[in-house]
Design a protein around this ligand. Structure first.
Ligand code: PA5
Length: 414
């Protein structure tokens, strides 16, 4: 197991912790039996066949051979998994993946199209339901541009449709002979990063999807056997109910904190995973994310002395970064001659100490490094921790009845 969890200012009575650990182990067992709906993602890493991964890699190779860019049209769970993995692991070994359809912003779409049109491009549209407004409208615009440039037959060859439903997208794909992939019925968007919808864009970016799945398999095999395997899932609920915080206040916000810009979109993925799984029935912890040291210069004051409604979950990489610099000698002490990474480590320690001294509960989650193995492990680990934690709260982690409300209001406004 390479993920480690530490905590400060979290106090749980031994008897209570023992009982919660038993409940958490039970919830994890329930996830695996298949008795709970929408849990296809739990065994997915072990069930994905080599043939399936080869088929995804073959499609990705084709994209790499005929395109400089891949426009991925998707939103929410059909966007955040792939986008966060690509941000964490992209080494420029594949095509440049451009994301579109995660909003209606025409200026952003115009910029994306202009960038793609600077070379050759393909398009991958991902929609489990096949009918999401942002996706359908954006895909139509991208397709129109492709038809103008490539003609009908070539556009079809350059279009990859990933959907889990019958309807417009699957009908179009069939009629035009486009390459199609699927999203299983029993896997919701926020748990879908290891489905075709996550893996095709990731593979097109030149990232090793077999190694990524290998990391998830490792998590499944090694990370959930120990007595304390679910302490993160437990701590967040007990902090929320106020029993684990030293000042007895209910912590209603969880702030994910990162020290590496490459993890910013991973923070967005975590926000969807936890926010959409937990925030229902008037319950839930609001997830937020910050990038340090940038945001210490805007939010550091609040974190140190503001309203004590939150706890912090720092996500830290154990290995030193790949690149580094030494601060030149002409710069004043104590910085002269220091490695930038060394200064950053001191900042990480300093921030933790200062926030712990202020009495804030701080959970620190260490992962090994930014490679396929560690990222695959981390994605799977968080999905399990989230599901277990939300089950402990007594809420269904796998539905999202509230997201329809704004959509129906939008339809009325249209
Ligand atoms: O997790 C979810 O269910 C959502 O974020 C969806 O992924 C998002 O709304 C896109 O839906 P679809 O893939 O059905 O177009």
């Amino acid at each position: 197991m390479s993920i480690k969890v530490e905590s400060a200012n979290v106090s749980i009575n031994d008897e209570y912790l023992k009982a919660e650990r038993e409940r958490a182990a039970h919830a994890y067992k329930d996830l695996q039996t298949g008795d709970i709906h929408m849990t296809g993602w739990v065994s997915l890493p072990d069930e994905i066949s080599d043939e399936k991964l080869d088929a995804i890699n073959a499609a990705a190779d084709r994209i790499k051979a005929d395109s400089d860019y891949l426009i991925v049209v998707g939103i929410g769970g059909s966007f955040l998994g792939a986008c966060s993995v690509i941000d964490m692991l992209d080494k420029g070994r594949g095509v440049k993946v451009l994301f579109a359809g995660h909003g209606f912003d025409p200026v952003e779409l115009d910029e994306t199209l202009k960038e793609a049109e600077g070379g050759d491009y393909s398009c991958c549209v991902i929609s489990k339901s096949g009918g999401t407004a942002e996706i359908i409208s954006t895909f139509g615009i991208v397709r129109e541009r492709m038809l103008e440039r490539y003609g009908r037959e070539e556009t079809a060859k350059r279009t990859y449709v990933i959907t889990g439903a019958d309807g417009y997208l699957s009908d179009l794909a069939k009629a035009e002979g486009m390459i199609t992939f699927g999203i299983p019925d029993d896997i919701g968007g926020r748990y879908s990063v290891f489905t075709d919808g996550g893996l095709l864009p990731i593979a097109a970016a030149g990232i090793d999807i077999k190694a990524l799945i290998g990391g998830a398999k490792k998590a499944r095999k090694e990370d959930f056997d120990a007595e304390d395997s679910f302490d993160y899932a437990i701590m967040r609920q007990l902090l929320n109910e106020g029993t684990a915080s030293q000042d007895g206040t209910e912590k209603t916000a969880e702030i994910y904190e990162f020290y590496d810009r490459k993890l910013v979109m991973f923070g967005e993925w975590l926000k969807q995973l936890f926010g959409e799984s937990e925030g229902k029935e008037g319950k839930g912890i609001i997830p937020m994310s910050l990038l340090f040291s940038r945001d210490l210069h805007s939010m550091g004051q609040f974190l140190q002395q503001g309203s004590p409604i939150f706890y912090e979950t720092m996500i830290r990489q154990e290995e030193d970064p790949e690149a580094d610099f030494t601060v030149p000698d002409f710069v004043p002490q104590p910085f002269a001659g220091m490695k930038l990474s060394r200064i950053e480590r001191s900042m990480e320690t300093g921030v933790t100490n200062a926030h712990v001294s202020a009495g804030t509960p701080v959970i620190t989650i260490y992962f090994n490094k930014l490679d396929e193995d560690s990222v695959g492990e981390m994605l799977y680990w968080f999905k399990v921790q989230c599901a277990v934690s939300v089950l402990l709260l007594g809420v269904d982690p796998f539905n999202q009845p509230g997201v329809e409300a704004y959509k129906s209001e939008m339809r009325k406004a249209l």
